[in-house]
Write a protein that binds this ligand. Structure first.
Ligand code: NCD
Ligand code: ZN
Length: 347
């Protein structure tokens, strides 16, 4: 049995929802990660520092006893975000980024940005005050093929934005394509990306294995094998521009197993173990710690964690579901095995 001791990791892209759902999912993350960027796409969204501070308190109130977990907050940008809000966010000390959701791109994004050019004043303020921009990088034009939405966004929106704001630090969230990998690796300094476990471990065939598989549906949607291979090769090479962001996005079973199911894969129950599998398959376990515990902290200019976690290569069976308020949650790999297990964690 191989054992792997890592500096305690952080999750740079996480959905924890609110109320009963929050209480149900948060302990999975706090058992593994010291900090996480908390996505602001609640309903209504977290558009102001005041809302972020209140949400942070609700998260802290839901923490398991004794947990030192730190929620890192993010603001949801809209067409009417006031540049003055950026200064409030920065001085709060608890808001570490602000996120562009192109309107209609994903779950709870209808209040998002309809035209990125309208954000120039806000982005200029972020650049000046050095607040990180997080981007959901897909165009929303329904005429664009769903598998082409990320590459199109790079050409039409992200590359020009990075040039217009040359000092703005940008995280291209949950990248899924070869085009995104080459863009990030070749971009100017200050551009990085998060990578999810599902996009390293599965290709789009997983949506249709033996029938339609709603629990493998997320945004951006899984891509063809060559894209998965490109993502895995890039993280296996150890570039500091790529780091861990699970995009664990819980939706109850009833919202997933219907005619028009929600996008989102829940992975927090194995939020580091799944990456260990992917890195092991790439022969790059030695690169896992940089990806999971160093590159993100360095990019966000936060101290690296001092605690550790220990993983062992001992397969375990994932439960068929977990409790989730009045519903239940079907986790990634439900009823199947994961090759790595969390054996210990110290803060
Ligand atoms: C996310 C969610 O459910 O909040 N869903 C998803 O498929 N990733 C939204 C998002 O991050 O796009
Ligand atoms: Zn997300």
């Amino acid at each position: 049995m191989t054992s792997l001791c890592l500096r305690r990791p952080d999750d740079w892209h996480l959905h924890v929802r609110d109320a009963a759902a929050l209480a149900a999912v948060l302990p999975f993350t706090t058992a593994r990660f010291a900090r996480a960027i908390i996505m602001p796409n609640l309903k209504p969204p977290i558009t102001t520092t005041a809302l972020a501070l209140a949400y942070r308190e609700r998260i802290r109130a839901a923490l398991p006893a004794g947990s030192g977990f730190e929620p890192l907050m993010s603001l949801y940008l809209t067409d009417v975000t006031d540049p003055a809000e950026i200064a409030r966010a920065k001085t709060s000390g608890v808001v570490h980024g602000a996120k562009i959701y192109p309107a209609g791109a994903t779950t709870h994004s209808d209040a998002g940005v309809t035209d990125i050019r309208r954000l120039d004043a806000v982005l200029a303020r972020m650049e000046e005050l050095d607040l990180v921009l997080q981007v959901h990088g897909e165009v929303t034009d329904p005429a664009v093929d769903v598998f082409e939405r990320e590459p199109r966004f790079i050409d039409e929106a992200l590359a020009p934005l990075a040039e217009r704001h040359p000092r703005l630090r940008i995280v291209f969230e949950h990248i899924t394509t070869e085009a995104a990998v080459s863009f990030v690796l070749g971009a100017r300094a200050g551009v990085a990306a998060t990578v999810t476990p599902q996009h390293l471990l599965m290709n789009r065939n997983a949506l249709f294995t033996g029938g339609i598989r709603p629990h493998h549906y997320c945004m951006p949607v899984l891509k063809a094998e060559r894209h998965r291979a490109a993502l895995l090769a890039a993280v296996a090479a150890g570039t500091p521009r790529l780091f861990l962001g699970t995009d664990s996005a819980p939706h109850g079973r009833r919202a997933k197993e219907i005619a028009c199911g929600c996008a989102g894969i829940f992975s927090a129950h194995a939020g580091i173990e799944l990456y260990a599998e992917a890195f092991e398959a790439a022969g790059a376990l030695d690169k896992l710690e940089g990806f999971a515990s160093c590159h993100g902290a360095d990019f966000y200019r936060l101290p690296r964690n001092t605690g550790t976690i220990t993983l062992v290569s001992e397969p375990w069976e994932v439960p068929a579901s977990y409790p989730f308020g009045t519903d239940e949650l079907v986790p990634l790999r439900a009823g199947e095995r994961i090759g790595w297990r969390l054996a210990a964690a110290a803060e």
